[in-house]
Design a protein around this ligand. Structure first.
Ligand code: PLP
Length: 403
């Protein structure tokens, strides 16, 4: 561990405080110049007191910043706050959620290693493994997320890493993280969890036994659709390998976006709870509507993993997916009839969004890959924001009327 990380440790005043206090204050280094806010360091490089100081800092003998591809104080504040919220030894920020996934695999796996990725993951995650990582000798298989027996059966002697999204996008499937971590560890593999849909406000995978947790900070951590970023958190030994990769390869987070995410984290839990409450109400209402064939939301007792969701998460999240009767044309008519909700694939925003996964986020997958992921043409995904619930219901009613 480099000394500059030690220099940036949490204020000891914050030991033992609760989640909300950490969300607002962790990583904030009080100085007379920046007593209340989080300072934004918009600089690519840093000056040294002398040639000897420069040499010592480059060698890591003296703490301090060298270059913003390596460290930046604003980025480090964001990393410290995430580490505090996830209960991790260390967090490492990246330029996007995809850069976070790339960094995990590039840092922890080598050619000839086998990775198990849950079948129902974000579209670009599948593309990253299929189109790129496979070309460099990474072997990949895709067990169904919820089926622990299938995970056990999929292991090979060279299985190094398990990567899951729980709950998954867009079908809200879950895996028992504690049980899967045990399976992974009994075979000498690491478990990484994409915690994008829950955030540490609703689920803390490391506390359930996972080794690594990652986020697209673009989503709920920012919370207002302003910019891209990602973060990975876990044990120091593994995070140091990621730091090495990111410093060398370069997909690090910009200080401006880190500052934005620090601000986003301050309201994370209240947003997640309010958006989850609206999502639950809309899911319950949609389930009773004619024209809706099926609703995918773990907060509904009809969801096959409702009990697991209650155990593993403190709320059910803000994404509700459903199938409309009538296939793609009906799904498009439903989407086009909305007036308040934004037609966009982004999620995690205060503004509610609606999307047709089969022709957008999962459109670049082959029909076979899409079928494996369970994405039907009749599927519509709504990521619930912070508008009045009555207005959202009225907007979805326009969609229903268009069926
Ligand atoms: C958006 C998303 C990603 C990718 O994140 P970017 O910031 O867009 O690169 C990864 N996983 C999940 C679950 C996502 O929703």
């Amino acid at each position: 561990m480099s000394q500059d990380w030690e220099a940036g440790r949490l204020d000891s005043d914050l030991e033992g405080v609760g989640f909300d206090t950490l969300a607002v204050r962790a990583g904030q280094h009080r100085t007379p110049e920046a007593e209340h806010g989080e300072a934004m360091f918009l600089t690519s490089s840093y000056v040294f007191r002398s040639a000897a100081d420069a040499a010592a800092r480059f060698a890591g003998e003296v703490p301090g910043n060298v270059y913003s591809r390596y460290t930046n104080p604003t980025v480090r504040a964001f990393e410290e706050r995430i580490a505090a919220l996830e209960g991790a030894e260390q967090a490492v920020a990246t330029a996007s959620g995809m850069a976070a996934i790339l960094a995990i695999v590039m840092s922890l796996c080598s050619s000839g290693d086998h990775v198990l990725v849950s079948r129902s993951v974000f579209g670009s995650t599948i593309s990253l493994f299929e189109k790129y990582l496979k070309r460099f000798g990474i072997e990949v298989d895709y067990p169904p997320l919820a089926d622990l027996g299938a995970w056990e059966a999929a292991f090979k002697p060279n299985t190094k890493l398990l990567f899951v999204e729980s709950p998954s996008n867009p079908l809200a499937e879950l895996v028992d993280i504690a049980a899967l971590a045990e399976i992974a560890h009994s075979r000498g593999a690491l478990l990484a969890v994409d915690n994008c849909f829950c955030t540490p406000a609703l689920q803390q995978p490391l506390k359930l036994g996972a080794d690594i947790v990652m986020h697209s900070a673009t989503k709920y951590i920012d919370g207002q659709g302003r910019g891209l970023g990602g973060v990975v958190a876990g044990r120091r030994a593994q995070m140091e390998l990621l730091v090495g990769f990111l410093r060398t390869a370069g997909p690090t987070l910009s200080p401006f976006n880190a500052w934005m995410f620090l601000k986003g984290l301050e309201t994370l839990r209240v947003r997640m709870q309010a958006q989850s409450a609206s999502a639950l109400e809309l899911a319950q209402w949609l389930e009773t509507q004619p024209g809706i064939d099926k609703v995918y939301y773990a907060g509904l007792p009809s969801h096959p993993q409702h009990e697991l969701a209650r155990r593993q998460q403190s709320a059910f999240g803000a994404v509700v997916s459903f199938e409309v009767a009538g296939g793609k044309e009906a799904a498009w008519r439903f989407i086009d009839a909305t007036r308040v909700i934004s037609i966009t694939t982004n999620l995690g925003d205060t503004k509610t969004t609606i999307a047709h996964p089969a022709t957008t986020s999962h459109g670049r997958l082959s029909p076979q890959e899409r079928a494996n992921a369970g994405i039907r043409d009749s599927l519509v995904r709504v990521a619930v924001g912070l508008e009045d619930i009555a207005d959202l219901k009225a907007d979805l009613a326009r969609g229903l009327a268009a069926l």
